[in-house]
Design a protein around this ligand. Sequence first.
Ligand code: GSH
Length: 207
Amino acid sequence: MYTLYYLPDACSLATQVILHELKQPVSLINMQDVPDFKAINPVGSVPVLVNQDANNRENVRREGAAIILHLLNSHENIMLPKSGLSRDRAIENIMFANATMHPAYGRLFFISQHITDENTQQQAYQAATQAINGLWHVVELQLSQQDFLGGDAPGAADILLAVYARWGGSFPVEIQLGTNTQKMLSAVQQMPNFLKALQAEKVQAAA
Ligand SMILES: N[C@@H](CCC(=O)N[C@@H](CS)C(=O)NCC(=O)O)C(=O)O
C-alpha cells in the first residue's frame, strides 16, 4: 500500500493516475493538511510517495520523475518497455514532460505570484506562453506519427502532459495546442483512472 502526498490538481495528480493504472492501492494525504511538510520533503513539493519495504522499513521517495520510474520498474506494465531504444524513448518522454514542460508552466505560477507591475507581468506572461507553445509544437510534431508519445497507448509522459495542460486556463494566456495534441490530451483526460484521480482530489474534470 502506497501513501501519496499531493496538492489538488498539481503534478502529483499524474502520479496518482499512474498508481491506479498499475492497480496499486493508494492512500492520499493533501500536503496542506501536514503542518510540517518540509520534514517529509525539505524542498516543500509534491509528489512524495511512501511505502513499506519487505523489512517493514518506510521508504520515502521524492521527485516526480524518479517516483514514476520507480513505480514503472516495480509493477508490470506496458508503459515502460523492459529494454532497448523504446525504453530509452519512454524515459526521454517522461523527462521531457517533467523537466522541460513542467518548469515552462511553472513560470506562469511564478509570474502570477511574484510580478505585481501589470505591464511587466503581461510581458512575462507573453514570453512564458511563447516558450510553452514552442514545446507543445514539438509534441504536435511527435504526435503526427503516433497517437500518444508512448506509441499506440497512453504512457506516463502523456499522463503528465494531460495534467499540465489543465493549468493554462488559470492564467490570462493563450496556449496553442495542435489537433493531434488536443486529441491525445482529451483521450488521456477521459481515461477512467484520470477521472478517478480527479474525483479523489475533489477537482473538476475538463469540460
Ligand atoms: N522537481 C519536482 C517539482 C515538483 C513541483 O513543482 N511540485 C509543485 C506542484 S506541481 C509543488 O509541490 N508546489 C508546492 C506548492 O505549490 O506549495 C518534482 O518533479 O517532483
